[in-house]
Design a protein around this ligand. Structure first.
Ligand code: 13P
Length: 342
C-alpha cells in the first residue's frame, strides 16, 4: 500500500464530525466492566454486547472506525454476519488492537512495558484478511513518586515505533497510543510535564524507525489533573494545557490526534474535546475522539445484560456519538446535551 493510501485512511479516521469508538477491551478489562453491571463475562455475553455496539443504528454518521479485540474481529451477529462486514457496510472502518498488554518492567518497580511484537507481522497480515484497516497499540505510563523513569519511557517508545513501522509495511494505519494514566494525585502541571516527555520520546523513536508521520494517528491522554488531586482543573484549563503540550511535542505532519477518555465522565470528555475545537486558534491537526468508556458507559448501564434493553442502550450510544461528533466541530453545548437527550 502506498503512503497516499495510508494517508487517506488516516485522514478518514479523523474526518470532520467523526471519531473512533474503542470496543477493544481485553478479557480482564471487559470482565471488570461487566462486573459493574453484575454480568458474567463469557464468550456469548461479550458477543451479544459487541453486537449491540456494532449494529447500533446511525453510528456511521459520527463514527469513522471501531477498534476491535482479537476475539471480536472473528465473531458474528445473531444472523451469522461477521462483525467487520457489518461495520464496513455502514461505512465504518474496522480496526484491531494488536498489543498483548502491559507487563511489569523488569528493574522498574511500579512501571510497565507493553508486549506483543513477537509474530506481529504475521498477525497483521491475518487481521488485514479479516478486514482490519487500522491497528492500535497502547503503552501505559504511570505518574508517581519519582516515576516515570527514562528507562520506562524509552522501553515503551521503542516497541510503539516498531509496531507502527510494521503496520505501515502491511498496509494498516497505526494508531500510536502512549497513555499517561490519570489515576494518581498529581497536579495538571505534572501531567503536562510527563505527557510532553512521553510524546517527545515516542516521536523520536518513530523517526528512528522511519515511520511515515502522514500515515499515522496519535491517540493520547488529555493534560489533566489526577483523579485524586484536590485541585481539579477547569474545562478551559484542560483545553489550554492539552493543546499547548501537543503543539510543543507533536509534529504537524501527522494525520490527526484522537483522545482516550481514561476514566473521565462521558460528559466531561465531550466538553473537553469541544473546548479544544472551539478555541480561536486553528490547530495543526484535527482533534477528535477514540473513547471507550466515555462513549459506552451509559449504554452498558442501560443494557445491563438484558436483550429487552438493546434498543434503549443503542439510543444512549447514538446520543454520545452525536455529542462527540459535534465536539469535533466545536459545536457542542450543555444545552444541546440536554435537548438531544430529551
Ligand atoms: P477509554 O476511553 O475508556 O480510556 O478507552 C480508550 C482506549 O482505547 C484505551 O486504550
Amino acid at each position: 500500500m502506498s503512503t497516499q493510501d495510508l494517508q487517506a485512511i488516516a485522514r478518514a479516521l479523523v474526518a470532520p464530525g467523526k471519531g473512533i469508538l474503542a470496543i477493544d477491551e481485553s478479557l480482564p478489562t471487559i470482565k471488570k466492566r461487566f462486573e459493574g453491571i453484575g454480568l458474567e463475562s463469557t464468550e456469548e455475553t461479550r458477543r451479544a454486547y459487541r453486537e449491540l455496539l456494532i449494529t447500533s443504528p446511525g453510528s456511521g454518521e459520527f463514527i469513522s472506525g471501531m477498534i476491535l479485540f482479537d476475539e471480536t474481529i472473528r465473531q458474528v451477529t445473531t444472523q451469522g454476519t461477521p462483525f467487520p462486514w457489518v461495520l464496513s457496510k455502514q461505512g465504518i472502518m474496522p480496526g484491531i488492537k494488536v498489543d498483548q498488554g502491559a507487563k511489569p518492567l523488569a528493574g522498574h518497580p511500579g512501571e510497565k512495558v507493553t508486549e506483543g511484537l513477537d509474530g506481529l507481522r504475521e498477525r497483521l497480515i491475518a487481521y488485514r484478511q479479516l478486514g482490519a484497516q487500522f491497528a492500535k497499540w497502547r503503552a501505559v505510563i504511570t505518574i508517581g513518586e519519582a516515576i516515570p523513569s527514562r528507562g520506562c519511557l524509552e522501553a515503551n517508545a521503542q516497541p510503539l515505533a516498531r509496531y507502527a513501522a510494521l503496520c505501515q509495511e502491511e498496509g494498516l494505519v497505526p494508531i500510536v497510543e502512549p497513555e499517561v494514566l490519570m489515576d494518581g494525585d498529581n497536579t495538571i502541571d505534572r501531567c503536562y510535564e510527563i505527557t510532553e516527555a512521553t510524546l517527545r520520546s515516542v516521536f523520536n523513536a518513530l523517526y528512528v524507525q522511519r515511520v511515515v508521520l502522514e500515515g499515522l494517528v496519535l491517540k493520547t491522554n488529555m493534560v489533566i489533573a489526577g483523579k485524586q488531586c484536590l485541585r481539579q482543573a477547569s474545562v478551559a484549563e484542560v483545553a489550554e494545557q492539552t493543546t499547548r503540550c501537543l503543539r510543543n511535542a507533536v509534529p504537524s505532519a501527522i494525520a490527526g490526534i484522537v483522545f482516550l477518555s481514561g476514566g473521565q465522565s462521558a460528559e466531561l470528555a465531550t466538553a473537553h474535546l469541544n473546548a479544544m475545537n472551539a478555541m480561536a486558534v486553528t490547530h495543526p491537526w484535527p482533534l477528535s475522539f477514540s473513547y471507550g468508556r466515555a462513549l459506552q458507559a451509559p449504554a452498558l448501564k442501560i443494557w445491563g445484560g438484558h436483550h429487552a434493553n438493546v434498543k434503549k442502550a443503542q439510543k444512549a450510544l447514538y446520543h454520545r456519538e452525536k455529542c462527540n461528533g459535534l465536539a469535533t466541530l466545536g459545536r457542542y453545548t450543555e444545552a444541546l446535551e440536554k435537548e438531544l437527550a430529551a
